[in-house]
Design a protein around this ligand. Sequence first.
Ligand code: GLU
Length: 495
Amino acid sequence: MPVRVRCAPSPTGYLHIGVTRTALFNFLYARHNQGRFLLRIEDTDKERSREEYTRSIQEGFAWVGIHSDEPPIFQSQRQEYYQSLFNQLLSEGKAYRCDCSKERLEELRASQSARGLTPQYDGHCRERTDVSPAGSVIRLKTPHEGTVALQDSIYGEFTFNNADCDDYVIAKSDGTPTYQFAVVADDHAQGVTLVIRGNDLFPSTHRQILLYQAFAWDVPGFAHLPMILGADKQKLSKRHGATSLLAYRAMGYLPQAMCNYLVRLGWAYGDQEVFQMDEMIEKFTIDSIGKSPAVFNPDKLLWLNGEHIRLLGISELTEAWLDHLDHLDEDQVYLEAAPGTSQPIRVPDLAALRNPSHRDWVELLVGACQGRSSTLVQLTDHALPFLIRDIQYDAKAVAKVLNAEARIPLTEVLGWVQKHNPLPDENRIHEFLDNLAKSLDIGLGKVAQPVRVAVTGRTVSPPINTTLLILEKSQGHGILAERLQKALLLIPKAE
Ligand code: GLU
């Protein structure tokens, strides 16, 4: 039977990383088995479902490359289908209408709890034929004896006692289906062969199998995934860090690193940590999913992101960086007042970075920052001195490096750049700096460090010859002398 799996999020919040992991496992399982992966939006809860959440689900999955093989279906558009199924169950005597009041149900629950019993509907309306459709709910007539056996692909055999399942509600009083009903109706309609989902839904599986049985439909397989916990072993929540997938795009994570990190939450392949999507597809099997909860570790995610940043080709990394910058909110972009005005400008200037005639220095810059960046936000930070017109000096760097000793090397370098427009290649720049150090009888660092602080404002930057070249290409040759002169003015006058 061809494999068909699905991810069925409810759009009641931004796409959660836990839901993304469930989607990824389904997606990998489908691809590994040449099957199909389907997306279904479970938006039956009108109060809590919102379009912006649906958009975040679709955008998030698109960002990490989890694509549905068929157009997504929306449960809010399938009322007619559900209605026909309700009619079928009612006419076959497998479901019944119930108009028990909220007060009655509350009393029932309270008295059962007081007697130490698990609250259950008592079947009050089960044999009634006089309940009016208006304002009533529909309940499934569940068997109260016997058992249901489940062969979970991850947890193994499990037996549910039917006595534990009451006649639960399948249609709300407004006629729309409950989650338990719609999920079964659609998994059947979509021909789902294996339901891979979080094990928080394990208790629902009993109810759902009883519904398949009521319709005499084939029951799909089930694979319940271990939960994702925070370091304190509590359910993953905002306390442990961002839980919305797209927040990680804004924080400078690569989609491939997210997938790589998420796949390892519950799944393993020997000791291997770094996977590309193709490799995950090739190696993914349900058998290698563990039973114990996975612990979310932001440090490991950061490390993996750095690994993936370094694995990317410069052109791909440049695209990923520009995509990240493109999606930052206004309050996340770097703003700098344009010289002579109080008008803030957007830095980095995306239009300039995307300009094809700037591509060579942009790639040079990205390549120079790649090794030291674990996130794209760090990459932006390393790149910033090359992207802003007005240099910002780090006061500590100035105090430490721009001292009396720096005056001669800086003056020499200033004279040299004024004579070399444009700069020669990297080797020649290095040669010049090296010779200068020798002629002044000082170490190369005593030349390179003042120049670095002078032109970037910081003590850390790409190799000094590369730094000078990129700066010349990004801001024009004149910026070099401009910044060196500015730095010379910062050197305290000798007493
Ligand atoms: N819509 C359900 C949820 O978001 C998941 C349904 C399922 O996977 O069975 O929790």
